[in-house]
Design a protein around this ligand. Sequence first.
Ligand code: NAP
Length: 528
Amino acid sequence: MDAIIIGAGIAGMYQLYRLRELGLKAQVFEAGSDVGGTWYWNRYPGARFDSESWSYGYSFSKELLADWDWPEHFAAQPDTLRYLNHVADRFDLRRDIRCNSRVVAAQFDEAPARWTVTLENGETASAPLLITALGPLSAFTLPNIPGREAFAGTACHTARWPREGIAMAGKRVGIIGTGATAIQIIQSIAPEVGQLTVFQRTANWAAPLHNRRITPEEQARIKGSYDEIFARCRETDTCFIHQADPRSVFDVSPAEREAFWEKLYREPGFGIWVGNFRDVLTNPKANALMTEWARKKVFERVRDPVTAEKLIPKNHGFGTRRLPLESGYFEVYNQANVRLVDINEEPIERITASGVRTSAGDYACDVLIYASGFDGVTGPYDRMDIRGPGGRRLRDDWQETPRTLLGVMAEGFPNMLMILGPHTARGNIPRNIEEIVDWVTGLIGHMQTHRLVRVEPRAGAVDEWTRHVEDSAAGLLFTQVNSWQTGVNRNVEGRDVRRTLGYYGGAVRYRRKGAAIAAGGYDEFAFG
Ligand code: NAP
């Protein structure tokens, strides 16, 4: 075996495909009982992505693009999972994927340079190369609220939703969290549940998704324009089809900017977030104007002004956290069977056998949904015992903050290549993944050609990239806000300090840097 890949999601499957092209033998270990990664685990009601479907799928195969019809402009989880299964079958990937095989540890040994991984059941496997395709949002976290085990009803984290679903019709349902996941599930289940109680700690901005089915005419048009679609995604900073407007908020009159925001609000997708005026996410005054405008939208949509006020974020401006896109989310609060509990006003004291107890009283629930999020980006690495030469632990090295070269390798961990690790450009995830996998495949191809068996980034190059990552995040408003993107998760001990986990210089610069390193013969790496 030449390589071990951990994870059979979008990244792991594509890496397997690429390694086969090099004539290498790889084994994928997947914790789930099937392929799909994020889309395997997150099967809660209403789960779907906020990327245009036709910009989200793999771009590497014209045949695949031709034979797959996305049913909606923003596909739902069952369709995306069906798609990933289709990919696994179409390219005969399954014969090298072992499911139900969670990797818990990985250890590097010199002479010969080789990684040995240990599975949950104690089995081991080894190969010269270790490729981690863990997913930035795979380490889910439960709320650290006492009494969880006492609850007598059905309780579930959204990332562990059972295949058979959870019966909620007519039931009293409580949900903890109001992030992108919660927003999707709330708007989906509100019509059918008996009573829905939303426990909100931090209100989030959200804007309409405007999803709809793809007509046959559109399908034909999409299939005829994939080259242009992917070319567009390569031009933008986030790899979405949307790109920031070159104008400042202050270049136009108040009437013009409001008209622009109205237009963005009526259009599908992330335009209102990443296609907004160029300074909305960087200049506090520009952001304040946008925030005030978005605030009015909530008041237009929510009838009770007290509830509307609660739904307005007080500690962060519009778009400074990952913006959830919604379909009728705010209107849910106009329904008689839905209530919003601001847990800053009445903190949750504990979970009881019958529901949730706050300082103001008891909320009886038959079902409790934990939409409490993830230990983002580094969490999946922290949960694995990854040891380099001399027993050096990745978890210890990254305790304060990660240090990487291109987010692909960490200093002191030879032959370990990360797909979508910390410090990579992130946006439209499959686009980012394809680029990183292609780059990693290029590096492995280089080693093959030159008969090299060991690769490690040079310390100076790691310093330089890590500094560049920090510099490019400076001044962005979102770095001043707690979220999984800034590495804060109050349910995880020690994760209450903000860190820079992504590269925010944009995908174009990220790609350029990677290409320059490859063109220079990978001087930033030491080979053996
Ligand atoms: P999230 O954005 O981190 O939201 C978690 C929610 O749970 C927050 O409201 C958080 O409150 C709350 N929470 C956590 N612990 C709590 C506690 N102990 N007590 C009370 N409330 C608690 O997680 P997510 O919604 O799962 O989304 C994560 C990311 O996944 C998204 O940002 C997005 O990148 C991705 N995602 C994408 C889609 C899509 O494409 N449409 C859909 C879902 C998710 P605080 O904010 O106060 O911490």
